[in-house]
Design a protein around this ligand. Sequence first.
Ligand code: PMP
Length: 351
Amino acid sequence: MSKFWSPFVKALVPYVPGEQPKIERLIKLNTNENPYGPSPKAIAAMQAQINDDLRLYPDPNCDQLKHAVADYYSVGPQYVFVGNGSDEVLAHAFHGLFQHDKPLLFPDISYSFYPVYCGLYGIEQKPVALDDDFQICVADYQQPNGGIIFPNPNAPTGCLLELDKIEQVLQANPDSVVLVDEAYIDFGGESAISLVKKYDNLLVTQTLSKSRSLAGLRVGIAVGHPDLIEGLERIKNSFNSYPLDRAAIAGAAAAFADADYFHSTRNKVIASREWVIEALIALGFEVLPSAANFVFARHSERDGAELAAELREQGVLVRHFKQPRIDQFLRISIGTEEQNQALIDALQRCI
Ligand code: PMP
């Protein structure tokens, strides 16, 4: 702590990201990255930018990417906002779209960045308990004039909320912004983007870090009513009017356009997830139903923290959260078939 810190900074409790180990031989199943590389067309598009145009500023409006997203989801580009990873898009939404003097509701087990943004922007938080099966209970989300946010599928549980339930939340809260954080939606859910023309209080965020395998590029998007998007643009232009560099704009646009590659890698991850779930159950784990590129599992006899530590000793990195109710669980990202086999072999030796 420095004497130069403001009282505000002294009170901040920042988010701790998952480990990015320096030891290369570790099998990294701890931060839900995609085990397959990005689309070769995305790589070629980025390379072309690097070869030709880095001398120039990027388009501050990122039109090429907005149009690629708009085409993919059949909305107008005025429905689309883009930023430096969905974490940044979320930060702008917290800053600009949630009422700071009204509570923000979110599941008590969900993305741990939400309470951090509440602290950063002075938003009152109201965590809402998940039910006994770790599911979101939509009847508990009633907040006139405030805000609501939840990941779908939820993280770190992986559990999916069906679209009709999301509509129930939207209809019950017409005067609150409802933000659906779809970081993992492509691995088994239906996007709520299909509802943005019907509900002017809905904002959907997504990331290119997971299903499009571009975590290193830092690109996230938001789709919602043009008035919500304009609010985000105002925040962005008061913060960093060039949120994405030229390679990121071109690479992300090309990744959205390459539907074939996207489908083939996404389907491989989904098939592997089902294999991993069966193998974990055979080893005595309870596994929550997952619509994501990770699974959330606890063993009937072994302690979660100990298992995570033992796996690390065997070269496999998974995520463990020291948090009430979920401290017996491991969150395990789906890897290549080889990595998944190595995980199961390592667990067999632990158990
Ligand atoms: N939302 C959720 C639920 C996440 O798990 C993550 C990844 N940590 C993000 C948003 C942020 O993803 P990114 O900033 O890489 O786009």
